[in-house]
Design a protein around this ligand. Structure first.
Ligand SMILES: Nc1ncnc2c1ncn2[C@@H]1O[C@H](COP(=O)(O)OP(=O)(O)O)[C@@H](O)[C@H]1O
Ligand SMILES: [Mg+2]
Length: 450
């Protein structure tokens, strides 16, 4: 499975005591083990960031202990529950009936240990992972990929998460900025407290103040009730301001005050209120330009930009595109019936060669669509809609301009358009994928392929 961020915090709560060999196998598969012996009124601290699986080991629990577990299972029904039975057991004793019904599946250990491990693993794959406390930001999201740029992101996440400072997440659309913000929250001491995200550009400018900071009854026409804003609602937790560059001027001032003094005023009140929130912000544009043009407060920019987390584009991430595609297909298959269960070599090649202007989000959409339209078991480049259009101009170009001619044409076009691939592609009436491919073929270096 792809290296992913959640590995250090995958945790299995094991009711009972697995023998050493099983402990070893669990550790080798990346599971942290917490052994618990059932007791009346037991309370187990669950951290919101953990991917949790609960295992009831009926090899060692007596019937009484098993009964103690039932209320606990009910209380934590959002967890995946699996049962372990002794190998060679005929039919389970009736006393276990209620318990076994509460578990999703059962395994006879040690014989079925590999099956148990893969069942646990399945619970941690895909988007529909049951997590502890999904209401507080979804737990630690899986960040798929192990390319060098993504390893750098993961390292930065771990470094920045515990620091109580704002983080400015930058990057093109669909690169996972929001996912990174969720991970920062889930890895921080604020995990378990609210994570509230808002897209600053999506709220009408005249409502931003009230959305973020709340309003008093009668503060403006239509304010018939007092309303708590996002920052107050997130008290103790994290606010994620997406597209922070779109924040109107008055809201910028209020945000600066939250960052500097830790206080806010609801619209229509001059009573300062203390709030304890960590602010994470994202932008897909260069905020520096907005500052230079006077659209964004310089002092606010400095406050937000203490820690900076640039998200790499998908085309910089090499083979990650294939890991992600497989991850998305697997997640899709868990929810929908479909024939497609993999990708053919042409699809692999097309995905590696494509430019991915919409980054991971575009990949997700294409994979889901392909999983629906694919006729066979393997998704093709055509299913992904990555087959280049067979434009006559392109055919003519490729047929006529062979070898040196082709190279000259390409080089001339690149130079003419300042090595802008999109412009060059338009000019040559070929796709950008083809431009990249031809550049590779003719060993033409594109300055910073972005
Ligand atoms: N490394 C990754 N692993 C798994 N899914 C990812 C990854 N990066 C992005 N995604 C998914 O891609 C989609 C877009 O990510 P998002 O965080 O909304 O991007 P942005 O905020 O930069 O536009 C989401 O569905 C997200 O879950
Ligand atoms: Mg986003």
């Amino acid at each position: 499975m792809a290296a992913s961020l959640e590995i250090p915090s995958r945790c299995v709560i094991w009711f009972g005591q697995p023998p050493a060999a099983e402990r070893g196998a669990l550790a080798a598969a990346g599971w942290q083990l917490r052994c618990v012996s059932p007791a009346p009124a037991m309370a187990i601290g669950l951290r919101g960031r953990d991917h949790l699986v609960a295992v009831v080991d009926l090899r060692h629990l007596d019937a009484e202990a098993a009964q103690l577990l039932l209320p606990w299972i009910e209380k934590h029904h959002h967890l995946p529950w699996l049962a372990v039975l002794p190998a060679g057991l005929g039919s389970p004793p009736p006393a276990w009936g209620a318990l076994l019904r509460a578990c999703q599946d059962q395994f006879s250990l040690p014989l079925e240990l590999p099956d148990l491990l893969s069942a646990m693993q399945r619970q941690c794959d895909g988007d529909d992972v049951p997590l502890a406390a999904t209401h507080n930001g979804g737990g630690l999201p899986a960040l798929i990929g192990n390319s060098a740029p993504l390893l750098a992101v993961r390292a930065a996440l771990h470094k920045f998460a515990p620091v109580e400072l704002p983080v400015l997440v930058t990057g093109e659309t669909g690169t996972g900025k929001e996912l990174a913000a969720q991970a920062l929250h889930a890895l921080s001491g604020r995990a378990g407290k609210p994570f509230l995200a808002v897209n600053c550009g999506a709220i009408p400018a005249n409502l931003v103040q009230s959305e973020l900071f709340g309003h008093e009854r009668g503060a403006f026409t239509g304010a018939s009730q007092r309303r708590i804003g996002l920052f107050e609602a997130a008290h103790g937790g994290t606010v994620f301001l997406d597209e922070v560059g779109d924040l109107p001027a008055d809201a910028q001032t209020s945000l600066l005050r939250v960052l500097q003094e830790g206080t806010l005023e609801r619209v229509g009140s001059n009573q300062p209120l203390r709030v304890d929130v960590r602010v994470l912000a994202a932008t897909h544009v260069e905020l520096e330009q907005a500052v230079a043009h006077g659209r964004f407060r310089r002092d606010l920019y400095y406050r937000l930009n203490v820690l900076r987390l640039p998200m790499p584009s998908l085309r910089e991430r090499g083979a990650d595109v294939l890991l992600l595609a497989e991850h998305f297909l697997r997640a899709f298959r868990q929810r929908h019936a479909g024939r497609a269960r993999g990708f053919d070599p042409g699809a692999h090649q097309a995905m590696r060669g494509f430019d991915w202007p919409g980054n991971v989000r575009e990949l997700l959409n294409r994979v889901q669509r392909a999983a629906i339209v694919a006729e066979g078991e393997l998704i093709s480049a055509a299913d992904l809609d990555l087959v280049e259009p067979d434009a006559p101009a392109r055919r003519a170009l490729l047929q006529d301009a062979r070898g040196q001619v082709e190279r000259d044409v390409l080089l001339q076009a690149l130079r003419q358009h300042g090595y802008n691939v999109s412009a060059c592609a338009r000019h040559m009436q070929i796709s950008r994928v083809t431009v990249y491919r031809l550049c590779r073929k003719h060993h033409l270096e594109l300055p910073a392929q972005r």
